[in-house]
Design a protein around this ligand. Structure first.
Ligand code: SF4
Ligand code: SF4
Length: 94
């Protein structure tokens, strides 16, 4: 099966945990020169607002791919773990 990233949400469902499994120190993001997470996150969980110099992170649609953890070179996470059991994304590929 070949699917693109826009279609992947047709094959997923979420049981969102109110307690975020990823937490950021947004102060570190203000000094980040690349902000690779904003381009690399397939679920677009990271949004940088240039005017207000503010990073917004929303964990609801996280696909748990781990890309943000890999690309962040500034150790900006105060928490990065997978969601608690029963929460998070479920993939349906058939
Ligand atoms: S790459 Fe890391 S430090 Fe830079 S904006 Fe993203 S989370 Fe923040
Ligand atoms: S784990 Fe993947 S989907 Fe979740 S926030 Fe990080 S890059 Fe985005």
């Amino acid at each position: 099966m070949n699917i693109n990233l826009d279609e992947i949400f047709d094959y997923t469902s979420f049981n969102v945990d109110r307690e975020p499994h990823i937490k950021l120190n947004e102060e570190i993001c203000k000094t980040c020169d690349q902000r690779a997470c904003t381009n690399c996150c397939p679920a677009r969980c990271y949004t940088w607002d240039e005017e207000s110099q503010k990073m917004t992170f929303v964990h609801d649609g996280c696909l748990e791919c781990g890309t943000c953890y890999v690309v962040c070179g500034n150790n900006a996470f105060t928490r990065w773990r997978y969601p608690r059991g029963g929460f998070g994304v479920s993939y349906r590929m058939t």
